[in-house]
Ligand binder design. Sequence first.
Ligand code: 9MG
Length: 277
Amino acid sequence: MRWLQAGRFRLDLSAPKVMGIVNLTEDSFSGDGLGAQRDRALRQAEAFIAAGVDLLDLGAESTRPGAEQVPAELELERLLPVLEALRGAPVPLSVDTMKPEVMREVLRAGADLINDVNGFRAPGAIEAVAGSGCALCVMHMKGEPRTMQHSPVYEDVVAEVEAFLAQRTAALCAAGVARERILWDPGFGFGKTLEHNAALFRALPRLAAHQPLLVGVSRKTMIGQITGRPVGERLAGSLAAAVLAWTNGAAIVRVHDVAATVDARAILRALGPSGPV
Ligand code: 9MG
């Protein structure tokens, strides 16, 4: 059985898990103030919990291709009131951030997992998380969000991603982080073409042999490239990809559509290869 040590929780990863995305980025709201943002995020988190989500991922800085960074103070202004209100939630609270100062503050405020799309490469990032008991999602990204989709090139994308994740894991472990706190994420869409993403998707079993995997493909461009659908019409493609990710070794899928993904998981459990679970 595989476990993830995540702050207040010890999460059993032997059954597929769903992480719900709670967006606190400016461009996902209509600009009607932080209080309204907070209330909307809390309603969304409550709905996700009622639908059977296993983890919540709160993010206050967009990591979409082309996105600009926001100052740490603004990230914290958006995150802390939501974390405060969700303290004691029945599922682990993840925070998606690349900044060590944000990591330190959200850990003080009760975050159970730090999801760093930059793989804890910023100076001080490892030190910010090492001494806590939180889980760490180490993601691969080539470049940075503003420019990462400008013609990324790899010789062997799977080997490069695998080597990067192994190197970051070694750096974390050298700082005293236990392996059972670490998730790997190939970083679908982060400095990758559709061809790179497909190669990595097919390599999920190989990557899962190292550390438990988190996979995020929900509504992404790669789903649109495959189906020809705009972002608002990518639910079916995202569900198919989630089920395929689980059956190929992913432990956790990071999604926008929690209720539908929980249903897809129920079908997989009842009718899938290993029989009813
Ligand atoms: C924040 N964020 C956006 N996409 C993501 C992905 O694919 N994985 C992780 N870990 N975080 C993501």
